[in-house]
Write a protein that binds this ligand. Sequence first.
Ligand code: ZN
Length: 144
Amino acid sequence: MRQGDLDDLYMEIILDHYRSPRNKADLSHVSDQSLHENPSCGDTVKLEVLTGENGRIHTLRFDGHGCAISTASASLMSERLIGKTPNEARSFIQTFLKILRGEDDRGIPEEWGDLVVLGGIRQFPMRVKCATLPWHAMEKTLSS
Ligand code: ZN
């Protein structure tokens, strides 16, 4: 596939998650104290994370107002982290953040599925904050 076609495909996936976010819910019962913000873009996100008796995350929902990148990132994150233990989720988040910050130049591994669409955002430092916001929020939620 040509690079231009690939960019179009990636944009298509991001817009799909923006228009029909997975695991987005009304979380007005969750305190606004746990609202995370990205002032440079105006994105906000808060999360609800529930773990079952087997120690695995069975519910990961988000609420807030975000641009296409932050909303798609939260949606993709929820799909990827549900089913993991909090420890597995934490190490996944750390790897993801390293890649997005350019500290790990492998790029997003292909086996991460649709998350690969966020790899190209590394070239746009302002947008990296949009993409990483839900992941920072998740890291904080898991350690609280
Ligand atoms: Zn944003």
